[in-house]
Design a binder for this molecule. Structure first.
Ligand SMILES: Cc1cc2nc3c(=O)[nH]c(=O)nc-3n(C[C@H](O)[C@H](O)[C@H](O)COP(=O)(O)OP(=O)(O)OC[C@H]3O[C@@H](n4cnc5c(N)ncnc54)[C@H](O)[C@@H]3O)c2cc1C
Length: 448
């Protein structure tokens, strides 16, 4: 009998497989689609590839300000899509190679769990057994039951929008979360008229409340309709109400970006006994489900719908299988929005800390303190770095940023939170100059 079967080959499943294989566990990975999962094939990577093309286009158009004259700048959607497909293909080959390197056997098919130690390949009589099972089946776009949405060719989800052949002149986005905001940035950079309709009174609900408006202001050409409830769609017209008043907008395409749901209901056979529901497969801090030897990781747990969370959960599950004692910690997981400008954060915001009854002190500095930021963005670009510190013990609880390079800097903030650093510790670290990251240190001096 094998040591481990992993169901799902996304960043949760393939990282768990690589770690398990490297530790000598005989491992089988079952994937019904493509290796790399949502992240590599229709999520993180294709969006970042297209966002990079859009940023290059915008930079080329605006380059005159920086002394570079470019004429006849055009965006070639077909070429940008080909580049995106090439990037995805190469990385997918890389995942396959790492599976071979770790001696992980990969099987194509849709698996369902029968109970502890047993999975079946759907549509076959093949039952596979292993000492342990890791469920890593991910999540799918949530399509709210909005009248006029189902079967409407103008309504797409994120997967559909990543494969369009013609650029829309106008795009309506239902949902102002990370996915909605990234697509808003992408298409507005390419000249589309973008309208984001969000039910809550602010975009990206987990962002610092002061920085979300900063991000919105930075997203040039995007019209945000906040506190608006979408009531229906008629061909390309989206109708919503705000404070009881009806409004609408017409668009060439409508992106449904109203969140994602764990693929938890369809993965266990009747009678498997797995404790799961629409909110996800239930797990403890070591990713153990209620069934002995069965673990769940990544989006399917509904705990943190991020690729790097999925990978870390995979490592924690493999550690548990190997008899270790690691536990999953969620308090310092960084997140990033790769829009133009970027936003990123790690740890608690001021309001999240206050909701937990933690007394905090904060320090916020403009990114214009950074010479590099000014040289590359000028003085009108929005940017801020904010530090949230526990007033009782002086430990860093959170770092939140809007502006260039935020996504590349934020891991350092996660490290500071994990290491329970104080602002005085940050002040003793030397940062490279000029860099945007220096603003974290500047913010720490603001708490002297
Ligand atoms: C447009 C978009 C952009 C995103 N951008 C980012 C980003 O920039 N950064 C970030 O951290 N996250 C991002 N995400 C989220 C990220 O993609 C997910 O958090 C991540 O992919 C979750 O990894 P996972 O391994 O849990 O699941 P997945 O990546 O969804 O992988 C699950 C795999 O399981 C397979 N599977 C499902 N059921 C079965 C079954 N029964 N049998 C066999 N195989 C099965 C699926 O085919 C899939 O390949 C983005 C998501 C989207 C949609």
């Amino acid at each position: 009998m094998r040591d481990l079967i992993i169901v799902g080959g996304g960043p949760g499943g393939y990282v768990a497989a690589e770690r398990a294989g490297a530790k000598g566990l005989s491992t089988l990975l079952i994937e019904k689609g493509e290796l790399g999962g949502t992240c590599l094939n229709r999520g993180c990577i294709p969006t970042k590839s297209l966002l990079n093309s859009a940023k290059l286009y915008l930079h080329a158009r605006e380059s005159g300000r920086y002394g570079v004259r470019a004429q006849g700048v055009e965006f070639d959607l077909g070429a940008a899509m080909s580049w995106k497909n090439e990037v995805v293909g190469r990385l997918r080959d890389g995942v396959a190679a790492s599976m071979r390197g770790a001696k992980v056997e990969v099987v194509r098919g849709q698996a369902e769990i029968l109970g502890p130690r047993k999975v079946r390949l759907r549509g076959t009589q093949t039952v596979l057994e292993a000492g342990n099972i890791i469920l890593a089946t991910g999540s799918s776009p949530f399509m709210p039951p909005i009248p006029g949405a189902a079967g409407n060719p103008k309504v797409v989800d994120s997967t559909g929008l990543l494969d369009i052949k013609v650029l829309p002149k106008s795009l309506a986005i239902i949902g102002g979360g990370v996915i909605g905001v990234e697509f808003a940035s992408l298409f507005s950079s390419l000249g589309a008229k973008v309208t984001v309709i969000e039910m809550l009174d602010e975009i990206i609900p987990f962002m610092d409340r002061g920085q979300a408006p900063l991000l919105r202001r930075g997203l040039k050409g995007v019209s945000f309709k906040l506190g608006c409830r979408v009531e229906g769609i008629d061909s390309g017209r989206v109708s919503w109400t705000k404070d009881g008043k009806a409004e609408s907008a017409e668009a060439d395409l409508i992106l449904m970006a109203a969140g994602r749901r764990p693929n938890a209901t369809d993965l266990s056979a009747p009678g498997s006994g797995l404790d799961s529901g629409p909110g996800g497969v239930k797990v403890d801090e070591r990713m153990r489900t209620n069934l002995p030897g069965v673990y769940a990781i990544g989006d399917v747990t509904g705990k943190s719908l991020l690729a790097h969370s999925a990978s870390r959960m995979g490592e924690v599950a493999v550690d548990a299988i190997l008899g270790g004692s690691q536990a999953m910690r969620y308090d310092a997981i960084p997140w990033a929005v790769y829009s133009l400008p970027e936003a990123a954060g790690a740890g608690l915001t001021e309001s999240q800390a206050e909701a937990r009854g933690i007394d905090v002190k904060t320090s916020a500095v403009s990114l214009r303190r950074s010479g590099r930021f000014v040289a590359e963005n000028g003085l009108s670009a929005p940017g801020e770095c904010k530090l949230v510190v526990n007033a009782a013990n002086d430990r860093v609880l959170g770092v939140h940023m809007v502006g260039a390079y935020a996504s590349e800097i934020i891991w350092g903030a996660a490290a500071a939170i994990e290491m329970e650093m104080r602002p005085s510790d940050l002040r003793e670290i030397v940062f490279p100059h000029p860099s945007v990251g220096e603003t974290i240190r500047d913010a720490a001096w603001g708490l002297d």
